[in-house]
Design a protein around this ligand. Structure first.
Ligand code: ATP
Ligand code: MG
Length: 410
């Protein structure tokens, strides 16, 4: 197929920071973006062609968007798959990724089942509708358990560990909705792979280490500081996950590197105690969109996850997913106790650091732990070729954290 530019217009349901960074990536390609978002003048608005104001499940707004663009996509899981499918059918505007994939991912129970059915390694899990189910899950999987709302969780909200059968009634009351219980995975570290599905090709970015604190992503480290064998296995599992997903686009695939795996691979016996673990990688969850764990690719990879998503949904050839150099990204979260007007100070040190980049998401209000921006630090490239990459990455991480600690909304 022949492609030309100036090209097409991409419609994005959702106009948060991901929509904003999609807009920033689309411009140089000659691609325009229109977003739909309920908040007038949403974060994406200043960098895209236009915004349709409407909820993520407002079918009239999605139809208006579809009529103005060549392809529809979404940057938030709250997009309504039924409305997207109907609008696409009516208007003939394709949607990527496929609304069926979005529907599957929206429900953590359905997602775990789909992965398990495809032979992808996931934590052991059970459906939980009430306290009795939760007690039964604990008997089957062992305590403590991770209890997760099937729908609508984000940034760890809607997830918490349950320690014992005594806590089940209170836990279900607190969650207040259908859930899935998972074994509490004893992980060495968390990893993520950004996978890209194009017209007739797939790509996977190098494996990223993701550092969470209180279940919120704080920093991303690439390359992940783990064994090459683990990185290879993570990539292999990510490619298996892509096989389960319908439709073009970028997917964020969150993984656990299970702790026993290292012992198992070091042991002479060769037999793994738990074959389900299969190489030490389990899939936590998938995002059908660009993902926070891939923000480092803007400066750190040949083609960013955002440009890849634009290329993929248009059916264009994908870009190179190789890393340019070791890269660390630190999220800038709201360091306030109460919501207030957002004004970030302390940015001079970031601006004066040649290897650092500041990304501001354009949110007017800062709230406790809200994702407001990020700082990326790229290795300066003149490091000793014989130097230990892990040591370089440790120092990048330390410096990125220092720069981030200098930023405040207070
Ligand atoms: P996000 O935080 O990515 O927006 P989310 O709120 O839907 O997504 P998950 O990714 O399912 O939540 O879980 C958040 C964090 O909780 C994980 O990154 C991990 O640190 C921890 N976690 C989730 N499931 C498990 C598990 N089965 N065992 C141990 N820890 C877990
Ligand atoms: Mg997650």
């Amino acid at each position: 197929m022949k492609h030309t530019t100036p090209a097409a217009t991409v419609g994005v349901v959702g106009g948060g920071q991901l929509g904003r960074m999609l807009g920033e990536a689309a411009g140089p390609l000659g691609v325009e973006v229109v977003v739909s978002d309920p908040t007038p003048d949403c974060p994406a608005a200043p960098v895209v062609r236009d915004q349709v104001v409407g909820d993520f499940d407002d079918e009239a707004a999605i139809r208006e968007l579809a009529e103005r663009v060549d392809v529809l996509t979404y940057e938030i899981e709250l997009a309504d798959p039924d409305a997207l499918a109907r609008v696409s059918e009516e208007t003939g505007t394709p949607v990527h990724p496929d609304p069926d994939t979005l529907r599957m991912i929206q429900d953590k129970l359905v997602q775990n089942r789909a992965l398990e059915d495809a032979g992808v390694p996931v934590p052991a899990f059970r459906r939980v509708d009430d306290a009795a189910d939760l007690r039964a899950a604990g008997e089957a999987l062992g305590w403590p358990l991770m209890l997760k709302a099937r729908r609508g969780g984000y940034d760890g909200r809607g997830n918490f560990p349950v320690e014992s059968p005594d806590e089940t009634a209170a836990a279900m009351e607190r969650l207040g909705r259908p859930a899935v219980a998972e074994e509490l995975v004893d992980f060495e570290r968390e990893l993520a792979v950004i996978g890209v599905q194009g017209d007739d090709e797939v790509r996977a970015f190098p494996v990223t280490e993701t550092i969470q604190e209180e279940e919120i992503l704080r920093e991303m480290v690439s390359p992940a500081r783990t064994d090459e064998a683990v990185r290879e296995r993570a990539r292999e599992v990510a490619l298996e996950v892509l096989d389960v997903l319908e439709g073009r686009g970028v997917y964020g695939i969150e993984l656990f590197e299970v702790r026993e795996a290292r012992g198992a691979s070091d042991s002479a016996s060769g037999e793994r105690s738990d074959p389900r673990v299969d190489g030490g990688i389990l899939v936590n969850e998938i995002a059908p969109r660009p993902h926070n764990s891939g923000h480092w690719t803007i400066e750190g990879a040949r083609c960013s996850q955002f440009e890849q998503h634009v290329r993929a949904v248009l059916g264009w050839p994908l870009g190179a997913a190789e890393r340019r150099s070791p890269t660390v990204t630190a999220n800038v979260l709201g360091d306030v106790d109460e919501p207030r007007e957002a004004r970030l100070s302390g940015i001079e040190a970031v601006l004066r650091t040649p290897e650092a980049s500041l990304h501001w998401y354009g949110k007017r209000e800062v709230r406790p732990l809200r994702k407001m921006g990020h700082v990326t630090l790229v290795d300066d490239g003149d490091a000793d070729v014989d130097a230990d990459v892990d040591a370089d990455v440790d120092s990048l991480l330390r410096r990125a954290r220092e720069l981030r600690e200098g930023l405040t909304f207070r």
